[in-house]
Design a binder for this molecule. Structure first.
Ligand SMILES: *[C@@H]1O[C@H](CO)[C@@H](O)[C@H](O)[C@H]1NC(C)=O
Ligand SMILES: *[C@@H]1O[C@H](CO)[C@@H](O)[C@H](O)[C@H]1NC(C)=O
Length: 300
């Protein structure tokens, strides 16, 4: 009888004040951003609990693999000496590194509560400043041709956006929006860092540098000079004519050399062939009347 009443009272209390008998967690931020080398606190607030010494654990889940961060009242794993637990169950990470980007799960087990367990998942993304970008600027371009300047850096997180400067002046994304760059034919791409000139003009010459920027900061490469040369028709024709003359001279020279070589070779074989023929002829002649006759007539 007494047990039945006790059970009844317990059930009544549970149904009336279930909140008091359940552990419920809350966080102020489920998607946390932190700058690298700074500290960040992941909040795990206990809304309600009736157990005195709940078991608190933190796990880090990276690529689906969980590992302990706070376990048996100790910080463990790669956060050891870099994190601490703060009341009620917050995790304070000091000197956040880029490898800390992961999901973190706060788990609280309260055995004396009717609902004895709750957990909360927090995503931590660590912002990383861009490093000095690699910039490629052609040092000389012919006016009227097209060219591309490139800028790239791969450390920054979130991914860097790129901005080009000429003589310390920012190039607007669209040249048509600026009086100074109005006649320029460039196209910028802030995501890839490319600066493409469809037709380079003399006025596009200058010292160019690029800046990589994200939420964590920015970095820029040192300025590099791009010179623009006139498209000189006279000079171009002169070069073409010189080229053609050089080609003709070379061809003629080669032909002559080859012909000479071929002829001297044929002369030689002809000589070689003729000599014995001539000799045999001579022999023949000497044996023949001509020479003989000469001789004989001389004798006569
Ligand atoms: C923070 O961590 C980095 C390595 O991730 C280390 O080089 C640096 O010295 C640390 N800074 C402090 C203040 O502990
Ligand atoms: C752009 O070109 C037009 C026409 O050639 C010229 O009148 C104007 O001054 C140029 N603007 C700049 C900024 O060079």
């Amino acid at each position: 009888m007494a047990t039945a009443r006790q059970t009844f009272v317990t059930v009544l209390l549970y149904s009336l004040c279930c909140v008091t008998f359940a552990v419920i967690l809350r966080t102020t931020d489920k998607d946390v951003w932190a700058n690298e080398f700074e500290s960040i606190e992941l909040s795990c607030l206990i809304e309600s609990i009736s157990t005195n010494n709940p078991r608190i654990e933190w796990k880090k889940i990276k690529n689906g693999v969980p590992s302990y961060v706070y376990f048996q009242n100790k910080i463990s794993g790669d956060l050891e000496n870099r994190a601490l637990l703060k009341e009620p169950a917050n995790l304070l990470i000091l000197n956040v590194s880029r490898s800390d980007s992961a999901m973190y799960r706060c788990e609280v087990a309260a055995i004396d509560d009717q609902k004895p367990f709750d957990e909360i998942l927090i995503s931590l993304a660590v912002r990383v400043k861009p490093v000095v970008p690699r910039c490629s600027v052609p040092n000389s371009v012919t006016a009227g041709s097209s060219t591309e300047l490139r800028c790239m850096e791969s450390e920054g997180y979130p991914l860097s956006h790129y901005q080009w400067f000429r003589n310390n002046e920012e190039l607007p994304e669209d040249p048509k929006t600026s009086i100074r760059f109005y006649n320029s034919s460039y196209v910028t791409n802030a995501e890839t860092g490319s600066l493409k000139f469809r037709i380079v003009r003399k006025e596009d010459a200058g010292e160019y540098y690029c800046q990589a920027r994200n939420d964590a900061g920015y970095a820029k490469c040192s300025p590099q000079l791009m010179e623009v040369y006139d498209f000189d028709i006279g000079m171009m024709l002169l070069k073409i004519v010189a080229g053609v003359i050089a080609f003709i001279l070379l061809t003629v020279g080669l032909c002559v050399a080859q012909k000479h070589g071929y002829c001297s070779c044929r002369d030689h074989t002809e000589n070689d062939y003729k000599v014995p023929q001539y000799d045999s002829g001579k022999d023949c002649v000497s044996a023949d009347e001509g020479h003989f006759r000469h001789k004989s007539s001389f004798v006569i």
